[in-house]
Design a protein around this ligand. Structure first.
Ligand code: ADP
Length: 495
């Protein structure tokens, strides 16, 4: 393959494992993807089998190399991005997990989180930037140690290791040589101090997590280890790692403070670069580490919407209003406006800025004239209103208005949604030319470290321009619509 340089991105997501190969122009030359099993053993519980994830990941790595007609030796470096917070504990000697991984969506530790809330919320917010929630890894580690026979003793004897999915995959890829994580993933554990950028003893004691279980925390461009040649045929350095949302922020080249991206997938994740400053949110946003590169830390503010694209899946699978998510666009634009119908997609509660676990979905404003097209339109608008609410809350924290919003993810294919978003939030929306922002971010981090790219400017020059939707892409009565939406939100809140 001559002197060309290739970078592999490993993207370990919530429902599938993917492997992508990028060329020096930051273009995807091949991609392979495979889903793995989701376990729902009890209401509100979600688990993954870490051995199945490992097997699936190796399979897609081999497939993508085959498809690209490359040898493992043709890969200069590997970058990893992953579903964040999903928690695994395994035995250091046998390499066997002590149980299934507890997935970020799993609610089993919410009672514990409630029990420490009053006493600890200020300390945890100050140290970790997070709101106390079952979402993050800390309470999940505690649960695994408390509920697996012999685990507490094994942990205190130094026999057990903790990791999120990038830590597990790196440990396996390096044949157990590297037990490491990166700053962005560490900042989602609720036991990592984002001010001092070290594991926090007080919080480790609170959740009874022994220090010897914890991985070393590396910068996002770093030496994470070298793949063992027996694994897939070559010794390749792993030089980049970041949690999925931070990786997408980097992949969208949101490198300046104030620049933001939103990913429209199952849910929405809006993340804004806040530079070297930790902004303490007054509006229920999370503060988190974006990345640390060459000694320089970059923080971010994050607001999550739990149900976004998933509301379209619900209309399809539970109501049968459409056969395919893409049909939603033609249905929504077949009516002139929402006809007074509002749909709050609070199927699993509401995230930022409301954080109401017990809020529930609502359809409001039905009349004899309402059709299924109005409901579909209300659902798409409901995604955009939620994002607009997060933008507004984030702008209040930042103290200035965003000048544009960079976006990616499956639902950005919906032009109506993009136009409505730009109009309702009065902000231009730019859809990434490369839909693989998450994997691209990890590839860029690794490639920068390995010298495939010379620096941020080199990377920026390789980025194709995205499609822009201006604020006036759609004529709407913004004030009237927001009034209707706010009334609908009130009806869906639990108190
Ligand atoms: P994830 O990574 O969370 O699985 P994706 O980025 O693959 O999500 O996006 C898939 C989501 O986007 C699904 O929830 C789907 O319903 C929604 N979606 C995909 N295409 C469209 C579309 N054209 N219009 C509206 N929603 C869409």
């Amino acid at each position: 393959m001559g002197d060309s340089k290739y970078v592999m991105a490993i993207d370990q997501g919530t429902t599938s494992c993917r492997a992508l190969i990028f060329n020096e122009n930051c273009e995807v030359i091949e991609m392979a993807q495979k889903e793995f099993t989701q376990y729902f053993p009890s209401e509100g519980w979600v688990e993954h089998d870490a051995n199945e994830i490992w097997d699936t990941q190796i399979e897609v790595i081999k497939t993508v190399l085959d498809k690209a007609d490359l040898n493992p030796n043709d890969i200069t470096t590997i970058g990893i991005t992953n579903q964040r917070e999903t928690t695994l504990v395994w035995n250091k000697d046998t390499g066997e997990p002590i149980g299934k991984a507890i997935v970020w969506q799993d609610r089993r530790t919410s009672d514990y989180c409630d029990s420490i809330r009053d006493e600890w919320k200020d300390t945890i917010k100050k140290k970790t930037g997070l709101i106390i929630d079952a979402y993050f890894s800390g309470s999940k580690i505690k649960w695994l140690l408390d509920n697996t026979p012999g685990a507490k003793e094994a942990a205190s004897n130094g026999k057990l290791l903790f990791g999120t999915m990038e830590t597990w995959l790196i440990w396996k890829l390096t044949g157990g040589e590297s037990h490491v994580t990166d700053m962005s993933n560490a900042s989602r554990t609720m036991i990592f101090n984002i001010v001092t950028q070290t594991w926090d003893e007080e919080l480790m004691n609170l959740m009874k997590v022994p220090a010897n279980m914890l991985p070393d925390v590396k910068e996002n461009m770093d030496d994470f280890g070298i793949t063992q040649s027996s694994v897939f045929g070559a010794s390749i350095p792993i030089n980049g790692a970041a949690g999925d949302q931070q990786s997408a922020l980097f992949g969208q080249m949101c490198l300046e403070p104030g620049s933001a991206k939103n990913t429209y997938g199952t849910g929405c994740f809006l993340v804004t670069n806040t530079g070297s400053e930790i902004i303490e949110s007054k509006n229920q946003m999370l503060s988190t580490i974006g990345w640390k590169i060459k000694g320089e830390i970059t923080y971010a503010l994050e607001g999550s919407v739990f149900v976004a694209g998933a509301i379209v899946q619900w209309l399809r699978d539970s109501l049968g209003l459409l056969d395919d998510a893409a049909e939603s666009e033609a249905m929504a634009t077949s009516v002139e406006n929402n006809g007074g119908v509002y749909l709050v997609p609070a199927l699993t509660g509401l995230g930022a800025p409301h954080w109401d676990q017990d809020a529930r979905g609502t359809i409001l404003g039905l009349t004899r004239g309402s059709t299924k097209n109005h409901i579909v339109r209300a659902a798409l608008e409901g995604i955009a209103y939620q994002v607009a609410d997060v933008i507004k809350a984030m702008e209040a924290d930042l103290g200035f208005e965003m000048k544009e919003l960079k976006v990616d993810g499956g639902a950005t294919n919906n032009e109506f949604l993009m136009k409505f978003q730009a109009a309702i939030s009065d902000t231009p929306v730019i859809v990434a030319a490369n839909q693989e922002s998450t994997a691209l971010g990890a590839a860029m981090l690794a490639g920068l470290y390995a010298g495939v790219w010379s620096g941020f400017d080199d990377l920026k020059s390789k980025m194709a321009a995205g499609k822009v939707y201006a604020e006036d892409a759609l004529k709407i009565d913004r004030e009237k619509l927001l009034k209707g939406w706010n009334a609908a939100i009130k009806r869906s809140l639990s108190k």
